[in-house]
Design a protein around this ligand. Structure first.
Ligand code: NAD
Ligand code: WQD
Length: 365
């Protein structure tokens, strides 16, 4: 059994049925942590949890609850001895956030506040937060700061990014109120892609995918006609924007590294901590480069058309990942080619994601 025995620590994983959360649960269990998942399934399905149990051969307690529901969330803290929290739950579509900002502020910020209040009440002090490179906004306004270090001034440019920025501020304020107590790891993800190599779990967006890789995958299996490439007139090597794409399994491992860092910190120091780390590869790829890698993985040149620029897109978002390497002893190991291969396995094994021709699969009896 590759999944080792329990280290006796239980991690509450909010949003654990979702894309990054589910991959992180696999790594947590592999590293001896017990997991409890809370998710309202607003952007995911129970099927991912059922598959996690198959994959890890572990029972994973699941609470179908909204973080904003204080009473229901409290039962999770009452019924489990939580050692730490990894907080993935949130709404994440940039475009949608400009249409319905109140829903984004309500869900992301209130959900986090309720969670932190309950942590305070139940003496849970270690917290890993899913932030985003989106907090840097258009970092190209600081040309000396590409690739982007954590010290780069923040400046989100959309409501979604503002919720991440605000939550970072809340965490800093809370830490400053009791610096001997709280242990906060703020992880700023760049562009997560790919899927678990087993093909059992992966990204399953509802409706039309916003992101490049899921969109290409749906074109390749015939669910969409062609890829739209949003502009080829940027000042880059081939005219398309540069991003730091990171395999979701590498990203998941970054959470284990952060959690262990907080555990060590707790053991060695009498102080708390609140610190940010970029989770990226440090290597930028253009849209055309990713297109090529994905076509090679699926064995077909999928149709595409170059259309106009997408509002809000920036030229280059590439991480300087040195801090995570030095302090968390974490760095990426898997490249874009591997991510495309794993995405393609997930897609061919599950062309309709967790739905079977629109009907939820009965994979887990
Ligand atoms: P996801 O939508 O797959 O997962 C988020 C999960 O949270 C979903 O399962 C959803 O049902 C759940 N959820 C949302 N609001 C909730 C609430 N109020 N109560 C309970 N559950 C709730 O998204 P993901 O890609 O796995 O992202 C995870 C986190 O990482 C998010 O906070 C996201 O903002 C952040 N992030 C994602 C990316 C990315 O590109 N995927 C990049 C940077 C940061
Ligand atoms: C990547 C590149 C597009 C789709 C988003 C969020 C960010 C973070 C990660 C949460 C860009 C191009 C895309 C398509 C295309 N999420 N593209 N055709 O915009 O870098 O980042 O996800 O925190 O906050 O903004 O990712 O995958 O949407 O786009 O040409 O159909 O692909 O222009 O250059 P993005 P993406």
């Amino acid at each position: 059994n590759e999944f080792g025995s329990s280290n006796g620590k239980t991690v509450l994983v909010t949003g654990g049925a979702g894309y990054i959360g589910s991959h992180t649960v696999v790594e947590l269990i592999e590293n001896g942590y017990d997991c409890v998942i809370v998710d309202n399934l607003s952007n995911s399905s129970y099927e991912s949890v059922a598959r996690l149990e198959v994959l890890t051969k572990h029972h994973i307690p699941f609470y179908h609850a909204d973080l904003c529901d204080h009473e229901k969330l409290e039962t999770v803290f009452k019924e489990n001895k939580i050692d730490s929290v990894i907080h993935f739950a949130g709404l994440k579509a940039v475009g949608e956030s400009t249409q319905i900002p109140l829903k984004y502020y309500h869900n992301n910020i209130l959900g986090t506040l309720v969670l932190l209040e309950l942590m305070q009440k139940y003496d849970v002090e270690k917290f890993v937060f899913s932030s985003s490179a989106t907090v840097y906004g258009d970092a190209t306004r600081f040309p000396d700061m590409i690739p982007i270090p954590e010290e780069c001034p923040l400046g989100p440019t959309n409501p979604y990014g503002n919720t991440k920025y605000t939550i970072e501020k809340i965490l800093n304020d809370l830490y400053n109120s009791q610096t001997d107590l709280w242990k906060f790891a703020i992880l700023r993800y760049f562009n997560p892609i790919g899927a678990h190599p087993s093909g059992l779990i992966g990204e399953d967006p509802l409706g039309i995918p916003n992101n490049l890789l899921p969109y290409m995958a749906q074109v390749a299996v015939g669910r969409r006609e062609k890829l739209n490439i949003f502009g080829n007139d940027y000042e880059t090597r081939d005219g398309t924007p540069i991003r730091d794409y990171i395999h979701v399994v590498d990203l998941a491992k970054g959470h284990i590294a952060a959690l262990k860092y907080l555990d060590n910190h707790e053991n060695k120091n009498k102080t708390g901590i609140c610190r940010e780390w970029n989770l990226g590869s440090g290597k930028g790829s253009t849209v055309f480069e990713v297109y090529r890698a994905f076509c090679d993985a699926c064995g077909e040149d999928i149709p595409y058309e170059v259309t106009g620029r997408r509002a809000g897109d920036v030229l280059n978002l590439t991480a300087k990942p040195d801090r995570a390497k030095e302090e968390l002893q974490w760095q990426t190991e898997l490249d874009v080619e591997v991510a495309c291969r794993d995405l393609w396995k997930w897609t061919t094994d599950n062309p309709f994601g967790y739905q079977l021709n629109g009907i939820e699969s009965t994979f887990a009896s």
